[in-house]
Design a protein around this ligand. Structure first.
Ligand code: HEM
Length: 460
C-alpha cells in the first residue's frame, strides 16, 4: 500500500519527484541529485547557467527534478529533438503542461489541446498566417511602428523592453482586430496589459482554489479585468459578423471565414479563445526578442554598421534576415519548446520513457552547441547568410505539429521594427557590458530591460 511508506516516500518525492514515476523510469538519463527544491531555484533564477552546468556534468541529455512535478528530461541532440517533434500525437502531449494558462486563454485554445482537437483548431487558425495575408499586414505594421518610434524620447537613457511591449501590443491588436484608434482600442489595450501582467505573476501558477480563498486580492481583480476584455472581444466579433463581406487581412476576418470539416463556422467562444491565444503568445515573446536585438546590436559595432548600411542601401534583406536568425539563435526568449508529456511509452535516442515524464527540447542548449555552431557564444549573423537554419538545431519556434504559428509573422515584425528604427535613429547602449539574462515567467529577458539611448539620425 502506498500510504504505509509515506514518510520515506514523501522525502523521496521532495528529492526526486514522484517515487512511482521514478521507479517506472529507472533508466532515466542521469542529472543533478540535488533536492528538487534546489533544482527549482536554479531553474528559475539562473536558467541558462543551470542548463549549461548540467550539460557539462551529464552530457546532451539529462533529467532535472522540479518541486512537485514529474521529471523533466532535457534533450539537445538534433536527432533526439527530431524524434520528439515527430512522435505520433497520441504518444506525447504538449498541451497538458499549458493548462495553467486556461483562465487567460480559455478552454478551446490551441495551446491547451492535444491530438485531433489540437489539429482541428490549428487548421482553422493557420490560414490567417498564410503568405498573402502576412504581406497584407506589413504596411499596417510599418505604420504602427513609425508612430511608436516617433513618440520615443531622444537623448535619454531608457529601457527598450517596455517600449517594445507597447509596440508589439499595438501591432498585434491591429493585426488581430484591425484596431488602430478609438476607445475600444484604448480599453482593450489596458485590459489585456493587466491580464498579461497577472499571467506573469507567481500567483497565476497556483491552482484556482488557492488563488483567492476569500474572493479578494489580485485574483478577484484579474477576474474583473478578464470580464471587461471578454466583453470588448465579443463586441468585436459581433461587429465583424455583421459585416461578412468586409474582407481585410486582419486575423479576425480569417477566423470568421474559417470552417470546420463538417462545414460549420467557428463559434464565438472558439474565436474568442484563439484570438486571446494569439494576443498572449504573440506579444511578450516578440517584444522580448526585439529588446534582445537592441541589447546585442549595440554591443556588436561591426554587425550594427553592416546592418545599417544594408538597410540604407535598400537591399538589406539578406543581412537583416540573417541577423534576426542569429538573434533568435543566440538569445531565444523561450529556452525550450513546450514540454511534451509522455502519454504512451516511447523510445527516444535508445532510452525508453514511461508515461508522465516530460520530454523537453532545449533551444538554448542545441543553439549553443559547439559541435553544431562553432564559437556558439559569438554573435555572428554571417552563419546564416549562405545557409538556412536547420529544422532540428535551430528551434526558437519549437517544431513539428506544435511549431509556433506566428513564426513568420514575428520575423516579419522584427524586420520592420529594426529597419524602421535603424533608418531613422542612431541607437547606442546605455552602459558598457552585456546585460544579464533574467527570467520573467517563462521568458528570459535582458536584465536591465535593454537600456539604450536614441538620437535622430539627421542630427546624430
Ligand atoms: C519572437 C517571437 C516568438 C517566439 C520566440 C515564439 C516561440 C514559440 C514557441 C517556442 C512555441 C512552442 C512550439 C513547440 O512547442 O513546438 C510557440 C507556440 C505558439 N506560438 Fe509563438 N513565438 C513567437 C511569436 C508568436 C506570434 C507573433 C504568435 C501569433 C501572433 C505566436 C503564436 C503561437 C501559438 C498560437 C503557439 C501554439 C502552437 C501550437 O500549440 O500548435 N507566437 N511559439
Amino acid at each position: 500500500m502506498r500510504g504505509r511508506g509515506r514518510p520515506a516516500s514523501r522525502r523521496a518525492a521532495a528529492r526526486y519527484g514522484d517515487p512511482m514515476i521514478t521507479r517506472r523510469n529507472d533508466s532515466l538519463p542521469p542529472g543533478p541529485r540535488l533536492p528538487s527544491a534546489i533544482q527549482t531555484v536554479g531553474w528559475w533564477t539562473r536558467p541558462t547557467g543551470f542548463l549549461e552546468r548540467c550539460r557539462r556534468l551529464y552530457g546532451k541529455r539529462f533529467t532535472i527534478r522540479l518541486s512537485a512535478q514529474d521529471p523533466f528530461v532535457m534533450i539537445s541532440d538534433p536527432d533526439e529533438i527530431k524524434q520528439v517533434f515527430t512522435a505520433p500525437p497520441d504518444v506525447l502531449y504538449p498541451g497538458e503542461g499549458a493548462r495553467i494558462l486556461e483562465p487567460i486563454v480559455g478552454p478551446n485554445s490551441i495551446l491547451l489541446l492535444d491530438e485531433g482537437a489540437h489539429m482541428a483548431q490549428k487548421k482553422l487558425v493557420l490560414p490567417a498566417f498564410h503568405g498573402e495575408r502576412m504581406k497584407g499586414l506589413e504596411p499596417m505594421i510599418t505604420e504602427v511602428t513609425r508612430a511608436q518610434i516617433e513618440s520615443w524620447p531622444r537623448g535619454e537613457l531608457m529601457a527598450m523592453h517596455p517600449r517594445m511591449q507597447a509596440l508589439t501590443m499595438d501591432v498585434i491588436l491591429a493585426a488581430v482586430f484591425g484596431l488602430r484608434s478609438g476607445d475600444r482600442l484604448t480599453e482593450l489595450r489596458l485590459a489585456l496589459t493587466e491580464m498579461l501582467e497577472f499571467g506573469l505573476s507567481p500567483l497565476s501558477l497556483l491552482p484556482p482554489a488557492q488563488r483567492a480563498p476569500f474572493g479578494l486580492g489580485p485574483w478577484a481583480k484579474f477576474i474583473k479585468v478578464r470580464a471587461r476584455a471578454d466583453e470588448l472581444i465579443y463586441a468585436e466579433i459581433d461587429d465583424r459578423r455583421q459585416r461578412p463581406d468586409a474582407g481585410g487581412s486582419e486575423i479576425i476576418a480569417s477566423l470568421i471565414e474559417a470552417r470546420h470539416e463538417d462545414g460549420s463556422p467557428m463559434s464565438d467562444e472558439e474565436i474568442h479563445d484563439e484570438l486571446l491565444t494569439l494576443l498572449v503568445a504573440g506579444h511578450e515573446t516578440t517584444a522580448t526578442e526585439l529588446a534582445w536585438a537592441l541589447e546585442r546590436l549595440t554591443r556588436e559595432p561591426e554587425v550594427m554598421a553592416k546592418l545599417i548600411s544594408a538597410v540604407d542601401e535598400g537591399d538589406g534583406e539578406p543581412y537583416l534576415t540573417a541577423t534576426i536568425r542569429e538573434i533568435l539563435r543566440h538569445r531565444p526568449v523561450l529556452l525550450n519548446a513546450a514540454p511534451r508529456t509522455v502519454k504512451k511509452a516511447i523510445e527516444v535516442g535508445g532510452v525508453r520513457y514511461e508515461p508522465r515524464v516530460h520530454l523537453v527540447a532545449s533551444a538554448w542548449l542545441v543553439q549553443h552547441d559547439p559541435d553544431i555552431y562553432p564559437e556558439p557564444y559569438a554573435f555572428r549573423p554571417e552563419r546564416f547568410l549562405d545557409s538556412d537554419p536547420g529544422t532540428y538545431d535551430w528551434i526558437p519556434f519549437g517544431g513539428g505539429r506544435r511549431r509556433c504559428i506566428g513564426a513568420s509573422f514575428a520575423q516579419m515584425e522584427m524586420a520592420v521594427v529594426l529597419r524602421e528604427l535603424l533608418r531613422s535613429t542612431e541607437v547606442t547602449a546605455g552602459a558598457d557590458g552585456a546585460e544579464f539574462t533574467i527570467r520573467r515567467a517563462i521568458t528570459v529577458t535582458p536584465g536591465r530591460g535593454a537600456e539604450t539611448v536614441l538620437a535622430d539620425r539627421a542630427t546624430a
